[in-house]
Write a protein that binds this ligand. Structure first.
Ligand code: ZN
Length: 470
């Protein structure tokens, strides 16, 4: 053999060895394809092969050879689903009582400046919480300019979800209590101001421009719509999508007429009508119901917030410990709003209109993405997804439909629908290995054996252990 051939053989051997070392084989699992209908959505006794950060093969166990050197995971009695996407989170907020002084001002207990500093310093831990809950991608749909640094940090981190991001919310109103020099919400009063702000944000390459569309009695809706349209046009000219917070039917319609690509909350004041559905379809808009977040505020501010079993295992221990603080705060330090909430003995219930609208929107064929609005008071980073998934089932969606919202449609929200959200050769290797069938009970999505993100293998309990003492 001449030297050239020897070298070629050595190179091939090293490549093969390299591939096997970076390979994972899940052998004999039930694979769920959320983009399909039953029964095709479920494939039993399959082997999933991952090399590097891609899925390379999914085939019958009997006919799929596991390369020597691959990390082998026994898939017997396990289910494999795509990694979840939370399409609505905020990393500048923690979920505790001190995180929204514009809603409930606890500055006398914990200064907001300390709270935000904590949230920034805590990012590496917060990233791990998401992975531990099976969420391999999140959309941070608005915050201070340091949101863009957060996205960079997630990209460089060895244990973080993929992150899509919006910068400061463009709004009709401001929130001075949230302004520490880099406010998450910026008020504009003219179309020109909106265009200028969009240009400033575009310099950071945002995944979305976000409008916080607040319409109060007496406001001129047409004039507001014109400002939102100027914002949308400026974003679209740069190829960036527009996300809008618009929670009333007339405001949501105005947002869609102005060009919204993504409605980040339910319509909460009235049943959606044909005009709304037609506008949403015309824009190919995504709809994120965020059913739990308002309940989270109500539980937390009335001191009736209690962790779910998933939250006991998978929430940030620092935040869990702080959720009971209300009982320890002297009454004279309680904000008026909280005193009122504590006197209210009615238990928080999901909004019937929001549940009904979710069904109507789903049945009309508008893509629904699962999102929690995590970071708001009472909605914790990571395991709050299991509360949201449960409410979507309560709205009448099947577990398969809910899974589709949390994977296929989530990937669309990320702008990664070609790469993520389904299980197929060539796709990025973001997936969950579960100990129980998520189509039998959507809460089984919390029973995670392993998480694979970008081809990297994680065990939830190890991720959580790595947080203790930090
Ligand atoms: Zn939000």
């Amino acid at each position: 053999m001449n030297v050239k051939i020897l070298l070629a053989v050595a190179l091939l051997a090293s490549l093969a060895g390299h591939a096997a070392e970076n390979s994972i084989a899940i052998v004999g699992a039930t694979v769920i394809h959320p983009e399909r209908e039953l029964p095709a959505a479920v494939e039993r006794d399959r082997t999933v092969l991952i090399t590097g950060n891609r899925i390379v093969r999914i085939g019958p166990r009997a006919g799929t050879r596991v390369p020597a050197g691959a990390t082998r995971i026994d898939g017997k009695g396990k289910w494999v689903v795509p990694g979840l996407v939370d399409a609505h989170v905020h990393f500048f907020q923690s979920g505790n009582l001190y995180t929204r002084p514009d809603v409930a001002d606890f500055n006398a207990v914990v200064p907001y400046v300390e709270e935000v500093a904590r949230n920034k310093a805590r990012l590496p831990a917060t990233f791990k919480l998401w992975l531990a809950s099976g969420v391999t991608s999140v959309v941070d749909i608005g915050g201070p300019y340091w949101n863009f640094e957060m996205r960079d940090a997630a990209r460089k981190s060895s244990a973080a979800p993929r992150v899509a991001v919006a910068g400061p919310l463009i709004s009709m109103i401001d929130r001075p209590k949230l302004d520490l020099g880099d406010p998450p919400i910026v008020k504009v009063t003219t179309a020109d101001e909106a265009r200028t702000l969009v240009q400033r944000e575009l310099a950071y390459k945002p995944d979305f421009i976000k409008v916080w569309f607040i319409h109060r009695p007496g406001d001129d809706l047409a004039a507001q719509e014109a400002i939102v349209k100027a914002t949308a046009d400026a974003a679209h000219a740069a190829g960036v999508r527009l996300a809008v917070h618009a929670t009333e039917l007339e405001v949501a319609k105005a947002a869609l007429r102005a060009g919204a690509d993504y409605l980040v909350h339910s319509v909460e004041d009235a049943p959606v009508d044909q005009e709304f559905l037609a506008l949403a379809k015309k824009n190919r808009a995504l709809y994120c119901p965020t059913l739990f977040v308002v309940m989270g505020y109500r539980y937390a501010l009335s001191n009736t917030w209690r962790p779910t079993p998933a939250e006991r295992r998978l929430a940030d221990p620092q935040i869990l410990a702080a959720m009971g603080d209300l009982a320890r705060i002297p009454p004279e330090k309680l904000p008026e709003r909280v005193a009122k909430a504590m006197a209210d003995t009615a238990s928080p219930e999901p909004s019937a209109v929001e549940l009904q609208n979710l069904r109507t929107v789903w049945d009309a064929g508008i893509p629904v993405a699962m999102g929690t609005d995590a970071g708001n008071i009472g909605t914790l980073h990571g395991p709050s997804v299991f509360r949201e998934l449960g409410l979507m089932v309560q709205a009448g969606l099947t577990p398969l439909q809910v899974l589709r919202a949390a994977t296929v449609n989530g990937a669309r929200t990320m702008g990664l629908e070609r790469e993520l959200g389904t299980l197929a050769p060539g796709k990025l290797a973001d997936l969950l290995i579960l100990d129980a069938d998520p189509l039998a009970d959507v809460q089984n999505l919390a029973r995670i054996h392993r998480v694979i993100k970008d081809g990297q293998l994680f065990a939830p309990e190890e991720l959580m252990r790595s947080l203790s003492g930090t």
